[in-house]
Design a protein around this ligand. Structure first.
Ligand code: SF4
Length: 104
């Protein structure tokens, strides 16, 4: 039997594409790899893997990222099993040193 996907209201990252310059810093700093670049703009790959904490906001040079409450699929906690602890810490630390994030 197919699993029914139920959306819930929760905090999610949102992208102002007018402000996004496609630098990729948010993509390379997202601990859960929830972001990608599509046609030179940041894009949320999969809402289930966005934790909604908004740590990526700190690295954006143009303030194109913000948090909003909206209907979305619940966060998939199993994504944390696919991320190495070292990689997770490395990406989190980049939020405090955004100048070290390389272009994708
Ligand atoms: S960090 Fe900001 S400007 Fe750079 S790709 Fe992400 S949203 Fe766009």
């Amino acid at each position: 039997m197919a699993k029914i996907k139920t959306k819930i209201k929760r905090m999610m990252i949102a992208i102002d594409t007018e402000r996004c310059i496609g630098c990729g810093k948010c993509v390379n700093s997202c601990p859960t790899n929830a972001l990608e670049l599509v046609d030179g703009k940041a894009h949320l790959k999969d809402e289930k893997i966005c934790d909604g904490f908004g740590s990526c906001i700190a690295v954006c040079p143009t303030n194109a990222l913000y948090i909003e409450e909206r209907d979305a699929e619940p966060f998939d906690w199993s994504i944390l099993n696919t991320i190495s602890f070292e990689d997770f810490l490395d990406k989190l630390s980049k939020h405090y040193r955004p100048e070290e994030i390389k272009q994708p």
